[in-house]
Design a protein around this ligand. Structure first.
Ligand code: SAM
Length: 445
C-alpha cells in the first residue's frame, strides 16, 4: 500500500535544501534498502559478497531481509543491523579526527546502539567510548548491544545531558544523534508517521537546542561535536547547527569525503541524505568544532584498581592489558589506558556497563561472565565447543543440549568460531548458561 503522509508533510518538504521532490516522493514508495555493518573484531565468512556502503568500509547492503533473530551469527555480534545513511558518521570521524589514541568519545543519545557500535569499531580498541541513554527503559538494550559487540573500552551510562556539564572539557568527540520528529524514517518505519506534526518539529527543535547547550561544557576546546538527526526539517537540522555556531561559538566544519559521494547534498551547515539520491533513509549530519576556551580540565580523584588476579587472568589472552576493579556492577576488567578517564565518570554518572564484567567465584573455581564470552578477552585456548546452526539456535532458546562423554565443565559455546555464551558440559546434558533475558523467544522453523 502506498504511504499516506501525515497532514502538512507534503507542504513541509517544499523547498528543503537540495530536495528533488518528485524523485524523493517516488523513492519513499519503494522498499527501504536492507543494510548491516560488520564487526571488524569478529570476522566471519558471512556477507562477504554483499555490496559495500560507500561511506563506511564495514557497511553492506543485503539483497533481501533475512530473519536476523534466527541467525546465530547475529547473536555473536558479528554484525549490527543498521540503516545505511547513519553509517556516514564513520566518514566524518575518519576525516576529522587524526589521532585515536587516548581519545574520549561520548555518544550522548545512544540507544539502541547503532552509532555506539560504529564508534567502538572505529576506535579499534583505542581510547574510551561512553554510550549514554537518558531513558532507563532504553538503556538495557544499549547495554546488551554493546556487550554483544564485545569492545572492552566501552562504558554505558544512564544520565540526562545536563549531568555531563559536570565533566567539564572531558571529551574529545561528542555525538549528538538527537531525538527528532523522525520524518527520515517514514519509509523504513511507517509508524513514525503517527507521531509527526508541525508542532512535534517545533518541540523537537527546542529540545535539540537544550541538549546541545547542556552537553557543550563537556567538550574540550578544539573538540569535535557531530550532530545528526533522522529528520528532514530545517528547524531540526541546519537551524540547530547554526544555533551552535552563534550561541555556542562553534565552527562549522566540512566533511570532505562526503562531498565526493554523488547524491549526498551539502547545505549551508551540514549534509543531507535523501532517499532517491542515495541508498539509505533520510539523515542529516553536521560537524562542529569547539573554539571557545574551555574550563580547566577536570582534576582526577584517586582510583586504585589492581592487577588481574590469577583465577581470572588464566581465562584471558592478554591480562597484562587490563586492570581489575570492584565497581558497583561487580568485578570489572578495565583496559589499562582508561585508568585516568574512569574516576570522574564513576563519580558523576549512573554507570550501567564499565569495561567487561569478569565473573564470579563458584566454590574454588572462577566462572567467567556472559560479557566475557562475548568479548575478545578470552584466551584462544580457553575451553570452547563449536555448535552447528541447529544446536546454536536451541542454545539461544536457552534449552539444554545433549551431553558429551569426552569433555566436561564450563565451555564457551561457539557458532562459526564466535562466542554465544557459556554452557556446563556434563555426560548427560549441557546446562545452558545463557542469561534468561538474552534468550530468543521466537519459535524455531
Ligand atoms: N544513536 C542511536 C542509534 O544510532 O542507535 C539512536 C538515537 S535516537 C535517534 C535518540 C535517542 O535520544 C533515543 O534513544 C532517546 O531515548 C534519546 N532521548 C530522548 N530524549 C532525550 C533527551 N532529552 N536528552 C537526550 N537524549 C534523549
Amino acid at each position: 500500500m502506498p504511504l499516506q503522509f501525515p497532514a502538512g508533510f507534503s507542504q513541509h518538504i517544499h523547498h528543503l535544501p537540495g530536495i528533488q521532490e518528485e524523485k524523493f516522493l517516488a523513492a519513499l514508495q519503494l522498499p527501504a534498502p536492507i543494510s548491516i555493518r560488520l564487526n571488524p573484531e569478529k570476522k566471519s565468512a558471512a556477507f562477504l559478497d554483499s555490496n559495500p556502503v560507500s561511506w563506511c568500509e564495514f557497511g553492506r547492503y543485503l539483497p533481501s531481509r533475512p530473519d536476523f533473530t534466527l541467525d546465530p551469527l547475529f547473536h555473536t555480534g558479528a554484525y549490527y543491523v543498521q540503516e545505511a545513511s547513519s553509517m556516514s558518521i564513520w566518514s566524518a570521524l575518519n576525516d576529522l579526527v587524526t589521532d585515536k589514541k587516548d581519545l574520549r568519545v561520548l555518544d550522548l543519545c545512544a540507544a539502541p546502539g547503532g552509532k555506539s557500535t560504529l564508534v567502538a569499531s572505529w576506535l579499534a580498541g583505542n581510547g574510551l567510548l561512553v554510550a549514554n541513554e537518558v531513558i532507563r527503559g532504553r538503556a538495557g538494550i544499549l547495554t546488551d548491544n554493546l556487550i554483544r559487540w564485545g569492545s572492552a573500552n566501552t562504558i554505558v551510562s544512564n544520565n540526562d545531558p545536563r549531568q555531563f556539564g559536570k565533566l567539564e572539557a572531558f571529551f574529545d568527540v561528542i555525538l549528538v544523534d538527537a531525538p527528532c520528529s523522525g520524518s527520515g524514517m517514514f519509509r523504513k518505519d511507517p509508524a513514525a508517521m503517527d507521531h509527526w506534526s508541525e508542532d512535534a518539529v517545533v518541540h523537537c527543535a527546542a529540545r535539540q537546542e537544550r541538549i546541545l547547550t547542556d552537553v557543550w561544557p563537556a567538550l574540550k576546546e578544539g573538540g569535535l561535536l557531530l550532530y545528526s538527526t533522522c529528520s528532514y526539517s530545517e528547524a531540526e537540522d541546519e537551524r540547530i547547527s547554526k544555533f551552535a555556531e552563534t550561541a555556542l561559538a562553534a565552527e562549522l566544519l566540512a566533511i570532505p569525503s562526503l562531498e565526493k559521494i554523488p547524491g549526498i547534498v551539502k547545505t549551508q551547515a551540514g549534509y543531507r541524505f535523501y532517499p532517491g539520491e542515495i541508498q539509505g533513509e533520510g539523515f542529516y549530519l553536521s560537524a562542529l568544532r569547539k573554539t571557545s576556551e574551555a574550563e580547566a580540565p577536570y582534576s582526577k580523584p584517586a582510583f586504585r584498581p589492581v592487577t588481574v588476579p590469577a583465577s581470572v587472568a588464566g581465562w584471558m589472552a592478554h591480562p597484562e592489558h587490563f586492570l581489575y576493579s570492584e565497581t558497583h556492577l561487580g568485578n570489572s576488567l578495565i583496559p589499562i589506558h582508561l585508568h585516568e578517564s574512569l574516576p570522574p565518570l564513576l563519580k558523576h554518572l549512573h554507570i550501567l556497563k564499565c569495561g567487561v564484567l569478569a565473573g564470579e567465584m563458584k566454590g574454588k573455581d572462577f566462572l567467567p561472565s556472559h560479557e566475557m564470552a562475548l568479548s575478545n578477552l578470552l584466551h584462544p585456548e580457553a575451553p570452547q565447543l563449536e555448535l552447528d546452526k541447529n544446536e546454536a539456535l536451541h542454545y539461544l532458546k536457552k534449552e539444554a543440549l545433549p551431553g558429551r562423554s569426552d569433555i566436561r565443565g564450563w565451555h564457551r559455546m561457539n557458532y562459526m568460531g564466535l562466542g554465544l555464551g557459556w554452557g556446563n558440559i556434563l555426560p548427560n546434558r549441557i546446562n545452558n548458561g545463557l542469561p534468561k533475558s538474552w534468550r530468543i523467544l521466537k519459535e524455531l522453523e
